[in-house]
Write a protein that binds this ligand. Sequence first.
Ligand code: ADP
Ligand code: MG
Length: 406
Amino acid sequence: MISNITTMMGVKSLKDIDVTGKRVLIRVDFNVPVDSHNNISDDRRIRAALPTINYCIDHNACSITLVSHFGRPKGKYDEKYSLKHIIKRLERLLQKRVEFIEDFVSSRDEIATCSLERVFLLENIRFKEGEKQNDPELSKRLASICDIYVNDAFGTSHRKHASTYGVMDYVDTKVAGFLMMREIEAFSKALENPVHPIALVIGGAKISSKITLLKEVLQKIDKLIIGGAMSNTFLEALGYDMQRSLYEKEYIETACDVIEQAKKNGVKIYLPVDLVITDSIETPVDIKVVPAQDVLEGFQAVDIGPATVKLFSEAIGLSNTIIWNGPMGIYEIDRFSKGTYKIANAIADCYAYTIVGGGDTADAVDKTGEADNFSFISTGGGASLELLEGKILPGFANLDRIEEEL
Ligand code: ADP
Ligand code: MG
């Protein structure tokens, strides 16, 4: 049976078409984190789009129009979410002037006039109400300013919005950008042709958001390593009293099913043997390391303990493919971040194929300074989770396919 990932890899990419003299619309994901002064704190997503943009410039596209969302405005103009805040950085990285288009509908003629090598950046597409509703009118308008549509917004490829999905109904030539291809190839390597043993290291806040993924990958992996609040639900399922720890009561049954299913499939499960617990997250007075079954009354588990770090690191070290999603604790707070950072170090030190999915996990890896020691760090949180769940991402679904021409 052909897998969904193989199906997605069968789409045409930029290198399969000729952009010379054409107006190219590129859906990028410039949804970068910014601080309270609008300083870009991490420009990885902009840098990740450069190969696609530069390719179009180098191959003499007549105009290149970039479209992206930024933050979560409510379908109308909001200064805070204006893409004008990123234009300087984009120009610096591209080493090229970029023209900002506040309203592409009224500036349509300007974009439509072919003039070699102009690069436009449209204002935040989510200022238009129709974007999230996948409004056909907005899709048609976007289609009317281009000859070729390129989807390179992996981070939003799990959404059915006008600029990521609907627009494809109205453009003749639609292909994937290089980032989209790199992402899908990276996950294919981990899920389709992996070198065993494969370990999935999973953590983060909730089982409920990752349960489909767990059930799907149990058929493919050899080891399941669980930390973070995710493991609290599993420990509670084993009969431990997790006290005030974050866990999901209604998913205890599900955790038992996963344990059962893992046994059937011969997947070894690793759970924390010790935990860092605290009496309060915001104003801790008492922080202790205790065995996993001994969480004190009134305390909550906020990180994995040192014995668990050792146990997990050993299991990680003996793997040849490692997929990591979800921090091992509340890594945003220094005192509860050790477990996550040590696991990041352990994975980075491996001679394995190592791939990271999940927005917070990628952020944690960045903070350790180990990003270069991972084989691949996905730029898409939600999208990478859906890939692991085995879904076809809408952003790939309607792109031109290579086999159609065979
Ligand atoms: P990702 O974005 O990588 O998919 P998630 O969003 O699922 O990861 O989870 C990240 C969040 O989980 C972080 O905000 C972190 O603070 C939280 N978290 C991890 N462990 C715990 C814990 N033991 N208790 C409470 N929150 C936790
Ligand atoms: Mg997250």
